[in-house]
Design a protein around this ligand. Sequence first.
Ligand SMILES: Cc1cc2nc3c(=O)[nH]c(=O)nc-3n(C[C@H](O)[C@H](O)[C@H](O)COP(=O)(O)O)c2cc1C
Length: 398
Amino acid sequence: MTRIGPYLISGKAVLAPMAGVTDLPFRQVCREMGAALVTAEMAASNPLLRNTLKSQLRLAQADEVGPRIVQIVGTEPGQMAEAAAYQVAAGAQIVDINMGCPAKKVCKKLAGSALMKDQALVKKILHAVVGAVDVPVTLKIRTGWDQTSRNAVEIAKIAEASGIQSLAVHGRTRACRFKGEAEYDTISDVVQAVCIPVFANGDITTAQKAVDVLAHTGASGVMIGRAAQGNPWIFKEINALIDNPAESCGLFTGKSLKLLEAKRVERLIINHLLHIHTFYSSYDLLNVDSKAKNSGNFLSDLSIKVARKHICWYFEQLKLSAGLTNKGQTSFTKDPDHLLRSNEQILSNIENKDAIRATSVVLETARSRFNKLESQSAQLDFLLQFFGELHTIGDKTT
Ligand SMILES: Cc1cc2nc3c(=O)[nH]c(=O)nc-3n(C[C@H](O)[C@H](O)[C@H](O)COP(=O)(O)O)c2cc1C
C-alpha cells in the first residue's frame, strides 16, 4: 500500500497524465483495467484560459472514482497557488504539479520541465501551492534539465521539504525530450534520497519491464504513459505479474485474440467508444468561451475525432497482439513502418503465418476505414460488425 495524504493506494501501476489522451473516458477504462491512480491532462494555471473548452474538460469530473487528480502547469507561484485552489473548489482531491513536460509552448514560458533549471523558483512554486490547498499536492519531474544538470535528487529533496506528498520521475532529462531510452539509475537515487512515495516513469512497455523497474529502483510504483494507449489492459498484466509471477505471463498479450480474451477486449473497446460519445456530446458548455460552441454539431464532431484516435490505437495494439507469441516482445512505437517491420520479424519466427498475416491485414484495413467514419452511429455500427467478423478470424488463428 502506498499512502498519499489520506489516500491509501493499493496497486503499483498508475496512469501518466497525457494531454489529449487521458480524458475522463480513457481514465475510467484504465481504472477498470486496474490502474491504481489516474491523472487528468494538464490544465493551464493562467486564469485567462480557464473558460476555454480545453480547460473546462480538464476539470475534475464529479462522477469520477476518487482520488480525482488534476494536474496544473505554470510558472508564477501566485498563479499556480490560485489555480490549485480553483481546481480543488471544482472537485480535485489531489493536485499534481507538472514539471515534466518538455512541450515547446509550455517551456517557452519556463513551465513544465524547464522549471527544473531554477531551483529557487521551484521552491517558491511548491510552497505556494502546498500552502494554498488542504489536499495532497504531488509533483512530476524529469531527471534534470540536461545530461550535465541531472538535479532530480535536489528537486526531490526540495519537494519533500515543501510538503509534496509523492513524486513521479520520468527517466529522461528535459533536453532528451522523448529521444533515447529512459534511464532508471537517477530514479533509484531519488528513491534513496526521500521518504515520500516515488513513481518511476518512462518507456515501461510490458508487465515484465514494470516488475524489473520496480526491482531496480525500489520505487513505490510505476507510471505508464504511451504503452497504455490502445492497451489499457497493461495495468491488469502488471498487477497480475506482481501478484502471481508464475502464472500471469501473457494474460492478454501474446495470443490475445484467443476468443475468451478477445470478447473482453471488444466489450472494453465498444464501451470506451460509447463513453467517449456520451461524455463529449453531453458536455455542459455553459462556462465555455468559444464561438464554435454555437455550431450545432460541435461536441458531437469532437467526440468523433477523439474516438478515432483511441479506437485506431486499439486496432494497432490488436495487430501487435495478433502477431506476437508470449515470448515475442516488441517495444512500443507509433511508427507504422516499424510496426510492419516488427510484424515481419515476428511472422518469420512463428507458425501459422498466413492466418496471422491475414489478421494483421484485416486490422490495418479496419483501422484505416474507422479513421474515415464521420458519425457516431457509423463508428458504433462499424465496431459491432467488425468484432462479429473478427471472431471468425479468431477461430482460425487459435
Ligand atoms: C501525448 C502525450 C501527452 C503528454 N502530456 C503530459 C501532461 O499533460 N503532463 C505531464 O506531466 N506529462 C505529459 N506527458 C508525459 C507523460 O506523462 C510521460 O511522462 C511520458 O510519456 C513518459 O512515459 P511513457 O514512456 O510511459 O510514455 C505526455 C506524453 C505524451 C506522449
